[in-house]
Design a binder for this molecule. Structure first.
Ligand SMILES: Cc1cc2nc3c(=O)[nH]c(=O)nc-3n(C[C@H](O)[C@H](O)[C@H](O)COP(=O)(O)OP(=O)(O)OC[C@H]3O[C@@H](n4cnc5c(N)ncnc54)[C@H](O)[C@@H]3O)c2cc1C
Length: 581
């Protein structure tokens, strides 16, 4: 296929508008290269836009600014320590881990220079902060709130984030005041929203609530619509991409890579319903997400998991991974997912936004048990480790779903499946059997078809640990991240609290996910590799289309979005440097 056969040609073509796409686009534009991003759905941003939008960026400028200790060596030691626990993770070679630690802070510096407003999340411990090089304060970077009205006609084309907090989160009369102003959602960043859950418990958080209300009022008067999380980062990226001249097309699915003499030269998409061949002089970057929405691929690579439990966006259907395989790409880590424990009240399976149970069983006054009533993990661990532990347990003891067992103190103080602390739970939850309620642990066990003496023994044993303030079975609370998931105002432990006050409750927990974590194998330049280790010329990939650089672990918040941006940045730089050689 020669250049002349193309309907159109750009320097660089990106398939999918995920995290790395616009980062690569901005890098290319800063060197004057032409870039086209093709997105198959009708909106831009991918699961990245729906997400919390946080990025795991070791040794970043904001840590330095705030005097938080980190270094290349420290972060590398941490990733190496995680890798040492893993087998068969070709996405996580020493060269790639080193490149990630080196390039991630540079990528952030570049975005800041491009006017993307980012900041450090105040505190978000690494998920394995107990390992060498782990950071108890964390390495997570977030975007500042973004006024989507600045996107003009593109506003409708930005995929919304799941980070939307209704004003009912605010105590009376703040919520009524906001409602009277026509404000229905809180303009708060992800870390602020996590704090606001404790508005009734702390003066600092009450002051934060007032600040958020004032911000909402000012934004309302100024005609601004502030969004947070993934929509903030992708909104800011979209704005910068459009400003610098990146061409972005929605409703443009790529079905094939165009290969000539062993090198990828372009892509086949559609335009106005007809096939459209687009050439790429410097290469093609695939940033098309994973296969969370493809049950056939799940059954092949991650059996026992379900599309019904994913929060990934509808475009996450994996065809570009299969297309790269068709051209010889090696795949790895395909059995890995970014698990995310969920509790699904009636109707939630069908819904796009499912309530996460990330903090549920890590809060005081609750534990997770399998279907025999036995506790089997540290409920405070990373969501990926949590869901893996569920599936592993299920191989020997029925554990999907498992049961979160809680008491009245929990229901009074903490959120349950998206409902506010202390609120009356929908009658349908009881009628459908989703929420169990009983006056004793033994009666609760009978409702769960568990041997009452087993569940009673499990709860009694946990309560003994609470009294000693030490979880002798699973060490819950020893890690900073376990405590972070708990209640900062609960003493003496943020995460250990007795299950002691009737009535007692239980809800099912399933090993859901926010996406897949395996894909094509890439090298330290983000080039796609064949099984023999050779490079498929002209083909780059990033994000969850690839086997993660983090291997089979999740180092900290932002370990999917961070790598997607970083490898997009790396790919663009490699493609440009190759063209000048
Ligand atoms: C609710 C939620 C919260 C999360 N929070 C975080 C977080 O804060 N931090 C974090 O690191 N991770 C988070 N995750 C996980 C993370 O968002 C995703 O794993 C990550 O965003 C994937 O990014 P990506 O760049 O690989 O692809 P995506 O952002 O998913 O983008 C891929 C795009 O490619 C498009 N596409 C697919 N196939 C084609 C094709 N053939 N042609 C053209 N376009 C195509 C898709 O439609 C999609 O728009 C969260 C996920 C969810 C669901």
């Amino acid at each position: 296929m020669s250049q002349a056969n193309f309907d159109e040609t750009f320097d660089f073509v990106v398939v999918g508008s995920g995290g790395g796409s616009m980062c690569a686009g901005l890098s290319m534009r800063s060197a004057g290269k032409s870039v086209l991003i093709l997105e198959k759905t009708d909106v831009v941003g991918g699961t990245t836009s729906r997400s919390g939008g946080v990025m795991w960026i070791p040794n970043n400028r904001f840590m330095k600014r705030d005097g938080v200790e980190d270094s290349f060596e420290k972060a590398s030691a941490y990733l190496d320590a995680l890798a040492a626990k893993q087998t068969s993770a070709p996405g996580s070679t020493p060269e790639r881990r080193m490149k990630y630690v080196q390039q991630a802070p540079r990528m952030v510096d570049f975005l800041v220079e491009q006017g993307i407003k980012l900041n450090r999340a105040r505190e978000w411990p690494d998920y394995h902060d107990e390992l060498p090089g782990g950071s108890a304060l964390g390495r997570t970077v977030v975007a500042e709130l973004f006024n989507v009205n600045e996107l003009g006609e593109w506003k409708q084309k930005l995929r919304p984030s799941f980070i939307v907090a209704p004003i009912s989160y605010m105590p009376f009369p703040l919520n009524k005041l906001m409602q009277s102003m026509g404000i229905l959602f809180l303009p708060a960043t992800v870390p602020e929203l996590m704090d606001l859950a404790y508005v009734k418990r702390s003066w600092r958080v009450k002051m934060l609530a007032v600040k958020v209300v004032l911000r909402a009022l000012i934004a309302r008067l100024a005609g601004r619509q502030l969004v947070a999380g993934g929509a903030a980062i992708q909104g800011r990226m979209l704005q910068a991409a459009l400003r610098t001249g990146v061409t972005i097309r929605t409703d443009s699915p790529v079905s094939e890579l165009i290969v000539d003499e062993g090198a990828v030269k372009g892509v086949l998409t559609t335009k106005n319903g007809s096939p459209w061949r687009i050439g790429a002089r410097l290469g093609v970057l695939v940033n098309a997400g994973g296969f969370a929405r493809n049950q056939r691929m799940r059954d092949t690579y991650a059996p026992g998991t379900s599309v019904k439990w994913t929060m990934a966006t509808p475009g996450d259907t994996g065809e570009m991974i299969e297309e790269m395989m068709r051209h010889g790409a090696a795949i790895a880590q395909m059995d890995e997912r970014v698990g995310n424990q969920q509790t699904l009240p009636p109707g939630a399976e069908e819904s796009e936004s499912k309530p996460t149970a990330q903090a549920l069983t890590a809060s005081p006054h609750t534990i997770l048990v399998d279907q025999t009533g036995v506790r089997y993990m540290n409920e405070g661990g990373s969501y990926m480790a949590y869901c893996k532990a569920m599936l592993e347990r299920n191989k020997t003891v029925p554990a999907v779903p498992s049961w979160a067992v809680l008491d009245s103190q929990y229901v009074r103080n903490y959120m349950l499946a998206g409902t506010l602390p202390g609120s009356k739970k929908p009658q349908q939850w009881y009628d459908s059997g989703y929420l169990k309620k009983a006056d004793s642990i033994e009666e609760l066990a009978r409702q769960l078809k568990i041997d009452p003496s087993t569940l009673k023994a499990t709860v009694d044993r946990f309560n003994e640990f609470v009294a000693k303030n030490r979880d002798e079975d699973f060490n819950r609370g020893a890690r900073a991240y376990d405590r972070f998931l708990g209640d900062p105002y609960h003493k003496p432990s943020e995460t250990l609290g007795a299950i002691a006050e009737a009535p007692f409750y239980a809800v099912p927990i399933v090993p859901g996910d926010v996406g897949t974590y395996g894909g094509v194998v890439t090298d330290e330049h983000a080039r796609v590799l064949r099984n023999d280790g050779s490079v498929i010329a002209g083909l780059y990939a990033t994000g969850v289309s690839t086997a993660s650089v983090m291997g089979r672990a999740y180092p900290g918040a932002g370990s999917s979005v961070g790598p997607s941006f970083v490898w997009g940045y790396v790919a663009a730089h490699h493609a440009m440097s190759s063209s000048t050689q």
